[in-house]
Design a protein around this ligand. Structure first.
Ligand code: KIV
Ligand code: ZN
Length: 522
């Protein structure tokens, strides 16, 4: 029987820390449900002391997902651990994850603490966390650049205090597989009580080695891997969950380990994350990229048609990529739509299905065929929880080589129930539309990023527009999909406007309450 390796998913914590990947509460919950369906062993849901939103995310994920362990990240201070535990208190299987750096460079410049002081802080934190729960993980941040003897001393001490998982992060993505293998082997040899804890690995991808390093660590004896969907995370990201899981599965002959991952849920998890964040994986991304199972060269196609094994080391189906998707069109009924959503893993309530069906019929009038991507776009568009203060009633834009781009926009203000129309000129039709929206809402947005992508094929494709807009120094994302790019652009921008207004309202309701200061962990 193969040994089990636990999959610790940190998409909602380390992954969410990457630029452009922030998620609101409803989005985190949706992602957490998908991670649960994927079969991850541990969901790290956030860093509760970092903000009220992070706290709420950990609490709600803990309330919602009862099977996996839910972990909350905390520094070693008592306030962090108390706040972490508060967020976890309703979890079925809570884990406090406390961390402090152990490398001299971090001690000297970041913490300004001696090795002795740091060791004491680590021990105190684990001791305190153990008063709340049995399941305590300790991470030695920047472990791979730490003095190995000191690292062994810290790890032995925290296990003595009761740490059940000891994580050895390659925080800055500096190590290489043979070196990491040596570090884990040394810990196994020198730390007297190492068999009382699970060794965990957490690799960043700065040199593109995160997955290779994680696998080397498993070969040396680690039995928990920390990773993220699509490899998102600080800087170059974290080790990618899908690559690790499929490497273990495909090369079982050399790495005889089991994970609890339902591999058929991998593609759906990747898509769900991309849809939520608007950050799409590159086409050649292993396992989940658009081209991961596409055979372009004639000779490859020929081989694959004769026997897939010629050019495929795993089947697309094994990671949930469907090669022949069911086609829905304007004649399909509510029942077929519900069934299709069920197949895609979305169990819609009756009112949700009614809402989705309304959007579906509208789209089916404009397109010949509706694909899974369209259906996901419908969910994205129709179910966002942010209240829509402004709704787009109409948009018209004109542009051309010899005319100034102009736009005419009509918005409904749902607060006053008034409709108003604005006109503006701009550098192009989209810019003109955004100028007109700014006039109508009274907010001045500064467009940081604008991406448009076709999410379905063909000349009547649905395009998705994703924007990053800054209002008063804070950046908000917005997205929308439509067969008309100007319409999608206007609605994506309004999505960001509505988020900004919602966040302003919430801040007002909280009375300007500030979150405790924080040093971001990676
Ligand atoms: O990269 C890192 O060291 C981390 C720790 C907080 C686990 O993210
Ligand atoms: Zn990290």
């Amino acid at each position: 029987m193969s040994e089990r390796v636990a999959v610790f998913d940190t998409t909602l914590r380390d992954g969410e820390q990457s630029p452009g990947c922030s998620m609101n509460l409803e989005e985190k919950l949706r992602m957490a449900r998908q991670l649960d369906a994927l079969g991850v062993d541990i969901i790290e849901a956030g860093f509760p002391i970092a903000s009220d939103d992070d706290f709420a995310a950990v609490r709600e994920v803990a309330r919602t997902c009862r099977r996996p362990i839910i972990a909350a990240l905390c520094r070693t201070t008592p306030e962090d651990i108390e706040r972490g535990w508060e967020a976890l208190s309703e979890a079925e299987r809570p884990r406090i994850h406390t961390f402090i750096a152990t490398s001299d460079i971090h001690l000297q410049y970041k913490l300004q603490k001696s090795r002795e002081e740091t060791l004491e802080m680590a021990c105190n934190a684990v001791r305190m966390a153990k008063r709340f729960t049995d399941d305590v993980e300790f991470s030695a941040e920047d472990a791979t650049r730490s003095d190995l003897d000191y690292l062994c001393q810290v790890i032995e001490s925290v296990i003595e205090e009761g740490a059940t998982v000891v994580n050895i992060p390659d925080t800055v993505g500096y190590t290489i597989p043979s070196e990491y293998h040596h570090i884990i082997t040394t810990l196994k040899q020198k730390v007297r009580n190492i068999d009382r804890a699970v060794i965990s690995v957490h690799c960043h991808n700065d040199l593109g080695l995160a997955v290779a390093n994680s696998l080397a660590a498993v070969a040396a004896g680690a039995r928990q891997i920390e990773c993220t969907i699509n490899g998102i995370g600080e800087r170059a990201g974290n080790a990618s969950l899908e690559e690790i899981v499929m490497a273990l599965r495909v090369r079982k002959d050399l790495m005889p380990f089991e994970s609890g991952i339902v591999s058929e849920e991998i593609f759906r998890s990747s898509q769900a994350l991309s849809n939520i964040t608007g950050v799409h994986v590159q086409p050649n991304k292993a396992i989940v990229g658009k081209n991961a199972f596409a055979h372009e060269a004639g000779i490859h196609q020929h081989g694959v048609l004769k026997n897939r094994l010629t050019y495929e080391i795993m089947t697309p189906e094994s990671v949930g990529v469907k090669t022949n998707s069911i086609v829905l069109g304007k004649h399909s009924g509510r029942h077929a739509l519900g069934k299709k959503y069920e197949e895609m893993g979305y169990d819609l309530s009756r009112p949700e299905l009614d809402k989705a069906y309304k959007l579906f019929t509208k789209l089916a009038d404009q397109k010949k065929e509706i694909f899974e991507e369209d259906l996901l776009a419908i969910l994205q568009d129709g179910f966002a929880q942010i209240p829509e203060r402004y709704k787009l009633r109409a948009v018209q834009a004109t542009a051309g080589t010899s005319t100034l781009a102009t736009a005419l926009v009509t918005l409904n203000d749902t607060k006053s129930d008034d409709a108003s129309t604005g006109t503006a000129a701009g550098d192009g039709p989209v810019n003109a539309v955004y100028e007109a929206i700014d006039q109508l809402t009274g907010l001045k947005g500064s467009l940081i990023d604008y991406t448009v992508r076709s999410i379905t094929g063909g000349t009547d494709a649905v395009g998705e527009v994703f924007v990053h807009v800054e209002f008063d120094g804070t950046s908000y994302t917005g997205k929308a999909a439509s067969t008309d790019i100007v319409d999608a652009s206007a609605r994506a921008y309004l999505n960001a406007v509505n988020k900004a207004l919602y966040s302003r309202e919430r801040k007002k309701a909280l009375g300007g309450e500030k979150s405790p200061a924080i040093t971001a962990a990676d």
